[in-house]
Design a protein around this ligand. Structure first.
Ligand SMILES: Nc1ncnc2c1ncn2[C@@H]1O[C@H](COP(=O)(O)OP(=O)(O)O)[C@@H](O)[C@H]1O
Ligand SMILES: [Mg+2]
Length: 429
């Protein structure tokens, strides 16, 4: 059978790579794909991004299943369009995708359904927003309501920073429509984790736990990025915490959407903040998998993922079971010169080794022209290593990273340090 994955990042490369391992899958199209998906003989790039043109292609080529990797087409209604044409697609409808595309929608939904999250209020009025900050003080968190590609959240450590964020979004319109409405919420302290599940409208199938590193520099310093590395499993997600997140956050969300007449289908990602006592709160929802969390998660997934996706589309996830490689998978992102500010394009990439059973390279911002691979985006590659411990997975990854080069290459040397520290403190008692 033929499949389609929509997107061009490391997440979509990893999804397509995993789907292509199924013996019943002949080809996975990736639209528009990248330099890595262009090189893989089981994958084929499709230079189409318009949803209606994609649906035409799927009909013409008898593509059996489509998986939407990224949020923008979901928020624009690509799932609604595919379904209206009778095409099998995995992702939420435009209405359900509001859990990600409107932070205000998500916060109001969580409040209605008593799902643990930070206290908040929503504003369009500038003076009222400033007055709220004066009343609450700092630290405080300002969030643009709409999709802002990771640039819509300011964690303000001082009132000045908070006021400036309000002015930038509500007065100066720096984020356009996305920032014309803002959520101001309570600052939560703790450690973050990513909790990702598959949903078929009713049944929920959790994926393995994961944790990512958002900051550019070692020690979680420097500016926020789309993500500089991730690993799975995340030791902070103990079996007890897992059960609690399912009971207090995931299941009430899926039931709540169903009860409100907006059945949720697709990947559902809850960004969690876990406080010092181990209590989880929801920072946000994403209506797709995380990037780079997908890369280590797919590297650990065993079995035929195409069957799981098909069961999800058919509403049969209650019969699905996932098997995981018991090893830790750890992914390190190699980013371009001057990422995240103004990533440079066009640097020649060399030295990517062939895939082995314990190291895989997923591409993101790469382009293949005349057999030459060059950088074409901020996050260029994600190298995933698998080993019996986080520490050993780090060794596998960094050995691979040392073989790869391009001008301006930046990466973190400490991906996974929280998991290493946690294991050490567990051993000490
Ligand atoms: N209430 C909060 N308290 C502390 N930090 C927060 C809070 N909300 C968000 N953050 C931080 O900001 C980051 C981005 O916020 P998030 O809600 O995930 O928005 P997005 O991913 O859409 O930018 C989070 O990963 C977290 O580090
Ligand atoms: Mg987030």
């Amino acid at each position: 059978m033929k499949l389609l994955v929509v997107g061009s990042g490391g997440r979509e490369h990893a999804l397509a790579w995993k789907l292509a391992q199924s013996p019943r899958v002949q080809i996975v199209y990736v639209a528009p794909g990248n330099g890595g998906t262009a090189q893989d003989e089981c994958l084929r790039n499709l230079d189409i991004t318009d949803p209606a043109a994609l649906a035409d292609f799927v009909e013409r080529e008898h593509v059996a299943l489509t998986v939407i990797g990224l949020e923008a087409p979901l928020a624009a209604g690509i799932v609604n369009l595919f379904r209206s044409r009778g095409l099998k697609v995995f992702g939420p409808t435009k209405e359900a995708a509001q859990l990600e595309s409107s932070k205000d929608f998500a916060k109001a939904f969580m409040k209605r359904h008593h799902i643990p999250t930070a206290e908040y209020e929503t504003f369009t009025d500038i003076a009222a927003a400033h007055a709220y900050i004066d009343r609450k003080g700092a630290p405080i968190v300002i969030k643009a309501d709409g999709l802002a590609a990771g640039k819509g959240v300011v964690v303000a450590m001082s009132p000045d920073e908070a006021h400036a964020a309000i002015d930038s979004m509500l007065a100066d319109n720096k984020l356009g429509d996305a920032g014309a409405r803002v959520v101001i919420e309570e600052f939560l302290a703790g450690e973050e984790a990513s909790f990702i599940v598959m949903v078929d409208g009713k049944n929920v199938l959790p994926l393995a736990s994961s944790q990512d590193h958002k900051r550019l520099l070692d020690g979680d310093k420097g500016p926020n990025t789309g993500g500089m590395g991730a690993y799975s499993p995340a030791p902070i997600v103990t079996p007890q915490l897992h059960a609690r997140v399912m009971r207090e956050i995931i299941l009430p969300t899926v039931r709540g959407m169903e009860n409100e007449g907006i059945r949720y289908t697709g990947f559902l990602y809850a960004g969690l903040m876990i406080d010092a006592n181990g209590n989880p709160k929801t920072l946000e929802f994403n209506c797709r998998m995380g990037d780079p969390e997908t890369q280590p998660i797919m590297a650990r997934l065993k079995g035929d993922f195409s069957k799981i996706v098909e069961m999800a589309i058919d509403g049969k996830l209650d019969g699905a079971k996932l098997d995981w490689d018991r090893r830790t998978a750890l992914g390190v992102v190699l980013a371009a010169h001057d990422y995240p500010e103004t990533p440079r394009k066009g640097d020649r990439i060399t030295g990517i080794p062939a895939e082995t059973t314990d190291a895989v390279t997923f591409h993101a911002g790469t382009t293949l022209t005349d057999g030459k691979l060059t950088t074409s985006g901020g996050r260029v590659l994600c190298i995933v290593g698998l080993a019996d411990s986080v520490h050993d997975a780090q060794s596998v990854v960094y050995d691979t990273v040392n073989q790869i080069s391009f001008d301006g290459m930046q990466y973190r040397r400490d991906i996974g340090y929280r998991a290493v520290n946690r294991k050490q403190s567990d051993r000490q008692g």
